[in-house]
Write a protein of this length. Structure first.
Length: 188
């Protein structure tokens, strides 16, 4: 999770230190390349979500730098978050559960809980994409950077806010797997 978020943190940190959007864009491009390399070396593979996000950060950051147009790096968040939401909702529409496929090894939940969690995350990512697009089109580069930093915090808070739901449904499944207590013998 740290490796996945490092480029965005590098972008915000780079801007706060330099007050230069182009230098902050260099930070996200370099941070994405390093994150992809660290992920590849540590896991000997690239996980799909960090790989897509990292590659898109490299592409959109490079386009911003080459074309001297900050909108390209700003659009990256709209596209990635929009695609995440679409993949989650699309998977559910096809009778699949993409969030369970991604996180199924980390949590044991009933299918109904996976569906609810997928709907929550799909809606969250689409709200983030919509908010990003509004900020990108209506606000200054300076405001965008602060918004980007705020979204990192909001995503962490949202993930932690799911903890009671995860614990409630995880415990429910664990109790269902326990055998019932033995019946008392009336003859003893």
């Amino acid at each position: 999770m740290f490796i996945d978020g490092a480029p965005a943190v590098a972008f915000v940190g780079g801007y706060l230190i330099t007050r230069d959007f182009r230098l902050a864009t260099w930070c996200v491009v370099i941070g994405s390349a390093i994150s992809l390399l660290v992920g590849l070396l540590s896991e000997r593979r690239l996980a799909p979500l960090p790989a897509v996000s990292g590659v898109l950060a490299l592409i959109f950051g490079s386009l911003s730098l080459a074309l001297k147009d900050n909108d390209w790096i700003k659009m990256k968040m709209t596209i990635v978050d929009g695609l995440l939401g679409a993949a989650l909702f699309g998977g559910l529409a096809l009778g699949k559960n993409p969030l369970k496929a991604i996180l199924g090894g980390a949590f044991t939940l009933p299918d109904r809980a996976w569906r609810t969690l997928t709907l929550r995350y799909g809606a969250f990512w689409w709200l983030c994409a919509g908010a990003n697009e509004w900020v990108r089109r209506t606000q200054s580069d300076h405001v965008f950077v602060y918004f980007r930093g705020a979204i990192i915090v909001v995503a962490i808070v949202f993930a932690f806010a799911q903890t009671p739901f995860l614990l409630r449904h995880h415990v429910h499944l664990a109790r269902a797997a326990e055998p019932p207590p033995p019946e008392p013998n009336p003859h003893t």
